[in-house]
Design a protein around this ligand. Structure first.
Ligand code: GDP
Length: 709
């Protein structure tokens, strides 16, 4: 079946907001309006509607799905009754769920990565809030074009002007209204469309009927004022439009096209207004999504790497290029099992195709493909470039994997499976939840490759590891919300590592002669430091059988285990080379066990003699603060052993870039908040491991002993 919706008529968007600004309510309204509008001309790209359970119809999948597909035609176009014509006019919008928490976790990064445009929702009473700033800057980082929606204008204390002002002051001067509200607070009823210069009312039970009228005389001045700002800004950004503007020769479509071009360049951010709860204004936001946010076609080619040579290669956003897609979310669906959500960047994917997972270098056959519609899951035969859908029942895929045409492999994202830099003990509040917690943690870790679980061999505790304090907090919160498991957690522990600074030789002997059969293992090794990030190497340089070959694996095992367990304070050893070059054996008494123990003894002794040091995770820190607080914040950072690399302007804020040891950063979010009256915010991301200053050496050993007790 050919594609029904051309690539230019596809939008992949996310709705992002500070918690409570109205993301859920707005999404529900969008699904409602797109649902009714689509029903009249309803066709299915798919063949069957699967597993449509009554419970789901009520609410379930609509809001929790990682991506929902809906359809929209602009409200200002004449309604077309002919079904086929109507479908031709429709746009396909995939709404990609963005996590409620915002930080540098793998999940946020990936959801921002697969969407092409965003709607940022603001609370009309609060204006810009801390998290709106965070998401805004993250969207900047990924260069995501966006539109704003000032919501909740029906609330007591709501102010469109103040909210707009806070956006202009704190986020960007490029945000300008394309609609303005009529009436304040409980009298807020209608909006004025500044592009068409019409007053718009919303009637019907859920405001689904959009009625356009002339603007009453008493509101014209205000509307003209805002319209002028909009037009001037467009003329500034767009030469084509400037010429038309100067000649006073342009129509609604010229304005829309100019906004689209400027929006894709981040030079104009259309601001909408309304109240999702009171069913006002949301349809115009949908018009804006279609008119101003990019289609996959508007994006450049996607870059990736050849898995064999590492060379950079690209794919076009087109059905005719080789197939490539990114898995961005795993979900366990109670009705169909594992769903792997993918975004197709190039080519098409049919049911039954064999595709390559470039992480594992294994191919698999694609069984069922589904897309999520507002109230149902729909099985489809084929997904096209730019589409978002899910593969059913594939166990081998993880978040972040690239799948592609096996003949033309590509890795779309260089995935760094960074090892955790922080660990925390976690235990269920009730003993009965122990097993359930294990299963749930496993599911979370499949979804997020940087989240790890291990059992502390000494204490038997379950430890969770990740890329930062907030990352672990989010996971604990997800255990509670999604899996209904309440837990107690321990204090976060930095994942230090041990290494050595000079080359030494050492000997290990394990010789016992007691009664019957004795024990005899004897090894001599040399250890040398390696460069950072080289891990460890083991070299067997034994000649002429001074230790028989069959005992070498036991020696290596003893060494590996000691590397894992550490020597100085129980942190894993890294960046060292170990050469086994001498030793001896006994015909009768030698055994694997004896050689393993001898190796352990030798390595422990060697490390102690080789001037051991600790390595600690260093984080890349980005802090955004209002200029007034810059001094306080940099002063505080200096006391945390931070190295400030750059201070620059970012919109209305100052941005500080620094490197700082993770150990100094626990609880930083709270400190920053109090230093900046709640306005500062930060991102923390793992950067590299670095030597711990000598004066802290004993502290680490002592702390380790207390936490282990
Ligand atoms: P989310 O956390 O961003 O998903 O926000 P919700 O959509 O769950 O909304 C948070 C609260 O604000 C809920 O109690 C909503 O009913 C309420 N709310 C959402 N939109 C509006 C609105 O337009 N006006 C008013 N008065 N309340 C709203």
């Amino acid at each position: 079946m050919p594609r029904l919706y051309p690539l230019e008529k596809t939008r992949n968007i996310g709705i992002i907001a500070h918690i409570d600004a109205g993301k859920t309510t707005t999404t529900e309204r969008i699904l409602y309006y797109t649902g009714i509008s689509h029903k009249i001309g309803e066709v299915h790209e798919g063949t069957t509607v699967t597993d449509w359970m009554p419970q789901e119809r009520e609410r379930g999948i609509t809001i929790t799905a990682a991506a929902i597909t809906c359809f929209w035609t602009q409200t200002y176009l004449k309604k077309i009754e002919n079904k086929e014509e109507r479908i031709k006019g429709e746009y396909k919008i995939n709404i990609i769920d963005t996590p409620g928490h915002v930080d540098f976790t793998a999940e946020v990064e990936r959801s921002l990565r697969v969407l092409d445009g965003a709607v940022v929702v603001f609370d009309g009473v609060q204006g810009v809030e801390a998290q709106s700033e965070t998401v805004w800057h993250q969207a900047d980082k990924y260069r995501v074009p966006r539109i704003c929606f000032i919501n909740k204008l029906d609330r007591l204390g709501a102010s469109f002007e103040d909210s707009l002002h806070s956006i202009n002051e704190r986020l960007t001067k490029n945000a300008l209204p394309v609609t303005i509200p009529v009436g304040r607070e409980e009298n807020f009823r209608s909006v004025i469309d500044l592009i068409s210069m019409e007053l718009i009312d919303f009637e019907g039970e859920k405001g689904e009927i959009v009625i356009r009228k002339d603007i009453p005389q008493n509101l014209l001045n205000e509307a003209e004022k805002y319209r002028k700002l909009m037009l001037e800004k467009l003329a500034e950004s767009d030469e084509e439009f400037m010429n038309k503007y100067l000649e006073d020769n342009f129509d609604k479509n010229d304005i829309r096209q100019a906004i689209r071009r400027a929006c894709l360049k981040y030079e104009f951010i259309p601001v909408y207004c309304g109240s999702s709860l009171k069913n006002r204004g949301v349809q115009l936001v949908l018009d804006g999504v279609v008119d101003f946010l990019p289609s996959p076609f508007d994006l450049n080619e996607i870059k990736g790497n050849d898995p064999k040579t590492g060379a950079e290669i690209t794919r076009k956003p087109s059905d005719s290029d080789y197939f490539s897609a990114l898995a961005f979310k795993l979900a366990i669906d109670p009705f169909v099992g594992t769903l792997t959500y993918i975004r197709i960047y190039s080519g098409t994917l049919k049911r039954g195709d064999t595709v390559l997972n470039t992480r594992t270098n294994e191919t698999f056959r694609v069984g069922r493909l589904v897309v999520m519609k507002a109230n149902q899951r729909e099985e489809v035969e084929e997904l096209f470039a730019g589409d978002i859908g899910a593969i059913v029942g594939v166990k081998e895929l993880k978040t972040g994997d690239t799948i592609c045409n096996p003949k033309e492999p590509i890795i779309l994202e260089t995935i760094r499976f960074a090892e955790p830099v922080i660990w925390m003990k976690v235990e269920p509040k009730t003993k009965q939840d122990q097993e359930k917690m294990g299963i749930s943690l496993k599911a979370l870790s499949d979804e997020d490759p940087t989240f790890k679980i291990k059992i502390d061999q000494e204490t038997g505790d379950t430890l969770i590891g990740g890329m930062g304090e907030l990352h672990l907090e989010i996971m604990v919160d997800r255990l509670k919300r999604e899996f209904k498991i309440e837990t107690n957690v321990g204090a976060p522990q930095v994942a230090y590592r041990e290494t050595i600074t000079k080359a030494v030789e050492a000997e290990g002997k394990y010789i016992r002669q007691s009664g019957g059969r004795g024990q005899y293992g004897h090894v001599v090794i040399k250890v040398e430091p390696l460069e950072r990030n080289k891990g460890f190497e083991f070299i067997n340089a034994i000649k002429s059988g001074v230790i028989p070959d069959n005992f070498i694996p036991a020696v290596e095992k003893g060494i590996r285990e000691t590397i894992e367990k550490g020597v100085v304070a129980g942190y894993p050893l890294t960046d060292l080379k170990i050469t086994l070059f001498d030793g001896s054996f006994h015909e009768v008494d030698s055994s694997d066990l004896a050689f393993k123990i001898a190796a352990e003894i030798a390595l422990k002794d060697a490390v102690k003699k080789a001037n051991p040091i600790f390595l600690e995770p260093i984080m890349k820190l980005e802090v955004f603060v209002p200029a007034d607080f810059l001094g306080d914040v940099t002063g505080d950072l200096a006391s945390r052993r931070a190295k400030i690399e750059e201070v620059s302007d970012s919109g209305e804020m100052k941005k500080i870039l620094a490197k700082v040891p993770l150990a100094e950063m626990f609880g930083y979010v709270t400190v920053l908040r109090s230093l900046t009256q709640g306005r500062g915010f930060s991102y923390l991301e793992f950067s590299n491991y670095q030597e711990v200053p000598q004066y802290l050496f004993d502290n680490i050993i002592n702390n380790r002993q207390t936490t282990r007790r």
